[in-house]
Structure formats: C-alpha cells, structure tokens
Design a protein around this ligand. Structure first.
Ligand code: ADP
Ligand code: TYD
Length: 212
C-alpha cells in the first residue's frame, strides 16, 4: 500500500478547492497520515510576482505569466527546504491547491495549449499527481461566490474568462486522459457531501484504511 500520496485539487476560482483541501487534510490526519498542504501560486518570490500581477500591482504579458507559473511550479517541486518532492520523501501526503492543470486551463485561454503542456513537461516528468481532483462548478456560481467573498476582482476572474477556463479544463482532461488520473466531482453540493465522495474515491483507489 502506498502511504504518502500527491493529490492536486483543481477547478475554476471559488470552486471550493481550499475548503476541500482543509477537509481532506483533516480526514487523512484522522486516518493517521502526515499531511503537508500547499498551493500555487506559491509563497516564493516568484509566486509573489504572480500575485502582484493578479492583483494589478504589476502588469505582464500572458506569455510572461505562463513562464512565471512554469518557474514557480519547478521551485514548488524542487525547493530544498519545503519542496513537494522533499516533503514526499519525508513521508508526507502532499495536497496542493492547484498544479499544472491550472496552467493548462488558464494559460491556454490566451495561448496555444500544446505550448503550455510542453512548457510544463519538466514538472510533469518530475511528478505527476497520484490523483487530480477537479471540482466542477458553473462559471456563474463562481462569480456569485467571488462577489460574496471579495472586495476586488483579480485578473482572469470575469464570467467570460471563467467560461473559457472551464471549457479548457474539460478539453485538457480529455486530451490527457491516458496519462493523468482525474476524478471529477460536482462542486454545487454541500462541502461534506463533496468530501464524502472524494474520500470514498481515494480510499478505494489507493486502498487506504481508516487507521494506518
Ligand atoms: P477556491 O479555493 O476554489 O477559490 P474556496 O474553498 O475558497 O474556493 O470557496 C470559495 C467560497 O465558496 C468560500 O466562501 C467558501 O466558503 C464557499 N464554498 C466552498 N465550498 C462550498 C460548497 N460546497 N457550497 C457552498 N459554498 C462553498
Ligand atoms: P488562487 O489563489 O488559487 O485563486 P482561487 O483561490 O480564487 O482559485 O489562484 C490565483 C489565480 O491564479 C487563479 O485565478 C488561477 C490562476 N492560475 C493560473 O492562471 N495558472 C496557474 O498555473 C495557477 C496555478 C493559477
């Protein structure tokens, strides 16, 4: 039985990724796993540049943004103190809020999808998630949730863009069906119901027991 998994949560903005990362972490910890949670964009200096662009403190071309995400992801994997690969070696189950599928979906609305996939091939060859969990909500619900919880709107958070991003997610999940494990869950249900479905899937797929 493989004990420490690498799981990526994916979905459009406001789909409930951070909520499920938290709930899934609790569930795995109760089952006796050491869990390390992380996210992209990261807290590294590269991640900070990306966040400054997203909050309109800086401006950059979409191609530059795509390149920054590639670099941020490589540091996320390879960083010697808190990189994902190191954490996995230390026995942690790692859950990340977004990974390369986010680049495939978000950046390919502005540039060629194959370019984005190729640009991320170093990361994909270093580490593919044991499971990508895609939380599906409509772009309309996304905007509704974002408006409820935020005072300002970030780059990419418009209805039209989120419609395109959701379509791209489905396009790329189908395109990479033979190499990526993806579990799609309906995000328009109570958080506990979504967690139950995710947990049932993980338990069956990876033969996890409640007490490890
Ligand atoms: P993300 O990390 O994907 O942006 P969050 O987990 O931060 O999403 O959720 C966005 C907003 O929606 C938050 O206010 C959160 O409380 C709420 N939310 C999350 N999951 C659900 C759900 N299943 N049903 C209703 N509201 C939810
Ligand atoms: P995030 O902080 O996860 O936002 P949210 O919690 O609202 O989902 O991500 C910030 C933005 O970064 C989000 O709009 C998606 C975008 N993004 C990309 O465009 N490409 C990527 O590779 C990643 C990881 C995120």
């Amino acid at each position: 039985m493989k004990k420490n998994l690498f799981i990526a949560l994916e979905g459009i903005d406001g789909s409930g990724k951070s909520t499920q990362v938290k709930l899934l972490t609790e569930k795995l910890e109760q089952a006796g796993h050491k869990v390390y949670t992380t996210c992209e964009p990261t807290d590294s200096p590269i991640g900070k540049i990306i966040r400054d662009i997203f909050t309109h403190k800086m401006e950059a071309d979409h191609r530059t943004i795509a390149g920054l995400f590639v670099a941020d992801r490589l540091d996320h994997l390879l960083n010697k103190t808190n990189g994902i690969i190191k954490k996995l070696e230390e026995g942690y189950t790692v859950i990340t809020d977004r990974y390369y599928f986010s680049s495939y979906a978000y950046q390919s609305t502005h540039m060629d999808l194959d370019w984005v996939i190729n640009a991320n091939s170093l990361s994909a060859n270093l580490l593919r998630p044991d499971l990508n969990i895609y939380i599906d909500i409509s772009p309309e619900l996304s905007i509704e949730r974002l408006n409820r919880g935020r005072t300002s709107i970030e780059l990419y958070e418009t209805l039209e863009n989120l419609q395109n991003v959701r379509e791209k997610y489905f396009e790329v999940m189908e395109k990479l069906e033979s190499v990526e494990k993806v579990f799609i869950t309906d995000g328009n249900r109570p958080p506990a119901t979504i967690l139950d479905e995710i947990w049932a899937n993980i338990k069956t797929q990876f033969e996890l027991s409640e007490t490890v």
